[in-house]
Ligand binder design. Structure first.
Ligand SMILES: Nc1ncnc2c1ncn2[C@@H]1O[C@H](COP(=O)(O)OP(=O)(O)OP(=O)(O)O)[C@@H](O)[C@H]1O
Length: 329
């Protein structure tokens, strides 16, 4: 691919990016292209190599082999120019405890070359966008963990960079704040920014990512849209059965056994994944049975057995993730 094409089509290109810490291979030959209007998710268990990959994409960590281009610029050769194009929210908040939010935003704005007279309005704009305006004059040490993450995410946007790296931005946020941040990030993505995100939340990746990759031991195990990964790797369906409350004198285990026998007979290959109190969760591996037939079978089961209720759904991204990451060392 020519430099012209790289810069024209892709905001970020990784070519065979590899990292050794002494003899330890932390990241192994990653290849990736991400365009504007995309939010790309990097998923993986602890130690998979996500932060190391981020650090190589910012130029903070030397790349052992391979290349990274940002808007067509080689990160090794033109690091200063590249860093101007990137906004970075690190995994751990890099904030100074005794400064207020207002002062923090102003300092970052000045560092990023925002004209002095525009710093105040930019800070206030970001504080409104990320919903921490009422804390503007509080010191960092007085903020909750969630508000610090919101501030760190806002700092990544100072100077309007076209490429934004977010390393676990919603860690420590309550569900409502998380959703607020997702809405703000989706708006950014749709305004043309290229966002690269790491997260341990499948829900977050489903909400935000146009594509994602699952990383195991420094390698990409799979890459694609959430729907594509689910279609390709999440075989079959999940079936959850709620067993009816049974009178004390009846043997519950026998009733559950009868339900299990019925499921095994009707859905050969069904795997009982979880048994928790009155809930049974199965993975149905045969995805050639039509939905109508599955519902027909289960309605019959409901009439004849102690089934209170049931639900069938497509396998989740979490199951895809777990199936890949079980080999992480
Ligand atoms: N400076 C370093 N020196 C030696 N080994 C390192 C260094 N930094 C990271 N590693 C190792 O490289 C591997 C990848 O670490 P990395 O922090 O990139 O993982 P991660 O996917 O970001 O994990 P987490 O989800 O916990 O943040 C780990 O085995 C880690 O111990």
């Amino acid at each position: 691919m020519s430099r012209y094409e790289r810069s024209r089509n892709y905001a970020l290109v990784l070519q065979n990016v590899t990292k050794y810490y002494k003899n330890f291979l932390a990241v192994n030959g990653l290849c990736l292209g991400v365009k504007p209007y995309e939010c790309f998710g990097l998923l993986g268990m602890n130690g998979a190599g996500k932060t190391t990959t981020f650090k190589m994409m910012t130029g903070d960590e030397q790349i052992s082999y391979g290349k990274v281009w940002v808007n067509g610029l080689d990160i090794k050769r033109e690091q200063k120019k590249v860093q101007k194009l990137i906004g970075y929210c690190p995994q751990f908040d890099a904030l100074l405890d005794d400064l207020t939010i207002r002062e923090t935003l102003k300092i970052f704005a000045l560092i990023r070359g925002v004209p002095y007279k525009e710093c105040k309005s930019l800070g206030e704009h970001l504080a409104h966008e990320f919903d921490f305006f009422k804390h503007m004059d509080k010191k960092i040490k007085e903020l909750s963990g969630g508000n610090k993450r919101k501030l760190s995410t806002a700092i990544a946007l100072v100077g309007d960079p076209p490429i934004i790296y977010l390393d676990e931005p919603t860690t420590g946020m309550d569900p409502a704040t998380k959703r607020f941040l997702w809405t703000a990030l989706a708006k950014l993505r749709d305004s043309g920014k290229c966002i690269i995100l790491t997260s341990h939340s499948m829900e977050e990746c489903e909400a935000l990512c146009t594509r994602l990759a699952i990383m195991v031991n420094g390698n990409f195990q799979c890459l694609g849209s959430t729907q594509r990964l689910k279609n390709k790797f999440a075989t079959g369906y999940t079936l959850t059965i709620k067993v009816k409350k049974i009178a004390d004198h009846v043997n519950v285990d026998q009733e559950i056994k009868a339900i299990d026998n019925f499921i095994q007979r009707k859905f050969p290959g069904a795997q009982l994944k979880e048994k928790y109190q009155e809930l049974l969760s199965y993975q149905l591996t045969n995805n050639s049975i039509p939905w109508s037939k599955m519902f027909g079978i289960l309605e019959k089961g409901k009439k004849n057995l102690n089934i209170e209720d049931y639900s069938i759904g497509q396998c989740s991204l979490e199951q895809v993730f777990l199936s890949f990451t079980k080999h992480q060392q």
